[in-house]
Design a protein around this ligand. Sequence first.
Ligand SMILES: [Zn+2]
Length: 339
Amino acid sequence: MSSINSFVDRNIINMITKVGPLVHPIFLKYKNEGHQLLIYYFHGLYESESQKKINHADPQNNLTLSQFQDFIDYFLENNYHFVGTKDLIQTESNDKPLIMITFDDGYFNNSLALPILDKYKVPASFFITTRNVTENRSYWWDIIYKYRSKQGVTKEMISKEQATLKSYKSEYIDSYIHKYFGAESTIPWSDIDRPLTPAELKKMATNPLVSIGNHTHNHAILTNYTSEEIEKELVVCNINLRDILGFEPVITAFPNGNYNENVLNIVKALGFRFAFTTYNDINPTHFPETGLVKLNRFMAQTGNIQQYAEYNRLNYMPSSLFYTTKHELFNRGKRGSSK
Ligand SMILES: [Zn+2]
């Protein structure tokens, strides 16, 4: 029964996906986007498509530089105003819809975005996992991807292995990497997978378009940790960033997007102003002048920018629209019949 349902469900979702792009221009024409802030997160960038094929990093949803430029072009053409973290604190009214670019993890390849950011005068925030930077250590998900691809393991199995490790603390992940791939495996293979060096990070931060944020010391998925450990991950990251940059960031992005009330309370108590999640939603454009503000983000994708950006601007996805509507109809039916 459930398989028939899911078959029907899938077909309806596919239909919405097909019809969506045809009606988006009409919806967008009448939608007031003036009071919404879209925030996107990126990970690594590739100089070209061919760099992706040599498997020096887990491609995730990493964009090429030309796709990154298309992303900026698209939003500029659609009247979006690019803002940085500093702009969020200024509460002057702005009728234009706002958009923000963020990068997670601290890859060296993020610095390839700078000439494009400079050219368009577009700001961006970079969230840094400090241990990778200070130790020139390859990111663990890339190590798994690189070695398993070489062994001929399927992408699906690689994803499973990575997903399993995400429920552990970094000590366990470190020992796992050491056990299965050896001590040498933490050495990056090239400019594609390596983190920024402290000197490169310091230089990047001098660009007025660049903001630097906390992404914990060990890329800690904070919901796996005790309160003391959560605080330590955030504090050690900020201390390292202070040593490199001369200041401590007041913005943080949760590794893998995971957080709970306890994490938020600790982040707030440490004095952070903005916490970036990976919850897919638009944000308001005005924020309280004090306290912690939690922000939603959409993931940048490799597909056609127009296709996924329209969904985000209208703030729905075919599957979520379908399931929400189905749930509403089902509950309404239940309420009706019980009377
Ligand atoms: Zn991350």
